[in-house]
Design a protein around this ligand. Structure first.
Ligand SMILES: Cc1cc2nc3c(=O)[nH]c(=O)nc-3n(C[C@H](O)[C@H](O)[C@H](O)COP(=O)(O)O)c2cc1C
Ligand SMILES: CCCCC(=O)C(=O)O
Length: 352
């Protein structure tokens, strides 16, 4: 195996190991993939002004998010169907994350039961939630996550349905046999796009948050916020955290790069709740750039799948350790001795 010195090395190795349809499902974006490229381009342009003579020896990468200690200010973003990438699926991902440990946001569309993932997890475990037209299904998923001891819910709000992804359409992408969203009551789902049209709540609005509050006590974050106005509405509706995301460019090609959206969101949220960001994080300097622009933490999507493809749990661990090491070096070189403390949980949920 070639040496794996960067997350790009993991991507290159994963592309050799995965079948072309699976690789394209992972890598692809919506439409002409402008937002997918924009996420990366924003980081490639971004700089951090180093401070000097700060007396920093070993930077402290730890932080605290929603009452839990995080060893690093990054977590695994929710991505669907890990069994497509490695036979142990999300179990391997959770094992890889347990080493550091790195928090893991499990997808509603996980291909392994939540309880089995929780059994091998080592750090904070959250559930990414899709809202279904049939609220009984949403409740079922939440119930399983609660039973597995997950610590928060992250409602995805940028996916009324899965968008047209041309790479998948050209290949008529179908889930490989045996890969199923096993935490849904009706687990058989062959085409993710078709399933989302049938099953996702078609006309979500802010009322869904109040309903979720009525069925669970878990802290609630929203994932997929772009506009500062929506961040303000989310805070007004009592969310516990915001994830600035464009779903890794998979939903809307004209969406701006998440890094470019971040400062306005941070400004509007004004410390009321933690603000996370995902999209295009491919190295420790990217994490530091996001923190420098006001994120409390970031999520990492595709690189974790690359690690999983390259070496199962060990590959995931390799990716996460590398990112942690790069972040620590970036903090040292930039004279950032520690991660700025994140806001504590929002005091009063008070819908506007
Ligand atoms: C293969 C794949 C599957 C994904 N599945 C989900 C999902 O089930 N739920 C969700 O909210 N986001 C999903 N996402 C989006 C990620 O959570 C995240 O927003 C995105 O991947 C971040 O960008 P990055 O891959 O550049 O780090 C998925 C992304 C990929 C690449
Ligand atoms: C129904 C599958 C959801 C996966 C997802 O969110 C994505 O591919 O972006």
């Amino acid at each position: 195996m070639t040496s794996l010195l960067t997350l790009h090395d993991y991507a290159a190795e994963a592309s050799r190991r995965l079948s072309p349809p699976v690789w394209d499902f992972i890598e692809g974006g919506q439409g002409d993939e402008r937002s997918l490229r924009a996420n990366r381009e924003a980081f490639e342009r971004a700089t951090v002004v180093p401070r000097v003579l700060t007396g920093t020896a070993e930077p402290e990468t730890g932080t605290r998010i929603l009452g839990a200690d995080w060893a690093v200010p990054f977590a695994i973003a929710p991505t669907a169907f890990h069994a497509m990438v490695h036979p142990d699926g999300e179990r391997a991902t959770a094992r890889g994350a347990a080493a550091l440990p790195v928090p893991y946001v499990v997808s509603t569309m996980a291909s392994v039961p939540f309880a089995d993932i929780a059994a091998v997890a080592g750090g904070p475990l959250w559930l990414q939630l899709y809202a279904f037209a049939d609220r009984g299904v949403t409740r079922h998923v939440i119930g399983q996550a609660e039973a597995a001891g997950m610590g928060a819910l992250m409602l995805t709000v940028d996916a009324p349905r899965l968008a047209r992804r041309l790479r998948d359409l050209r290949r008529d992408f179908r889930l490989p046999p045996g890969i199923r969203a096993v935490n849904l009551p009706d687990a058989d789902l062959v085409s993710p796009g078709e399933h989302s049209r049938r099953a996702f709540a078609p006309a979500l609005d802010w009322g869904e948050l109040a309903w979720l509050r009525s069925v669970t006590e878990l802290p609630l974050l929203v994932k997929g916020v772009a506009a500062a106005e929506d961040a303000a509405l989310a805070v007004a509706h009592g969310v516990d955290g915001i994830v600035v995301s464009n779903h890794g460019g998979r939903q809307f090609s004209a969406a701006p790069a998440t890094l470019d959206l971040l400062p306005a969101v941070v400004d509007r949220v004004a410390g009321a709740v933690p603000v996370l960001l995902d999209g295009g994080i491919r190295g420790g300097s990217d994490v530091l750039v996001a923190l420098d622009r006001g994120a409390d933490a970031v999520l990492v999507g595709r690189p974790v799948l690359h690690g999983l493809a390259v070496g199962g749990a060990g590959g995931v661990r390799g990716v996460l350790d590398l990112l942690a090491e790069e972040l620590s070096e970036a903090m040292l070189m930039a004279g950032r001795p520690r991660v700025r403390p994140a806001p504590a949980r929002s005091p009063v949920p008070s819908p506007a």
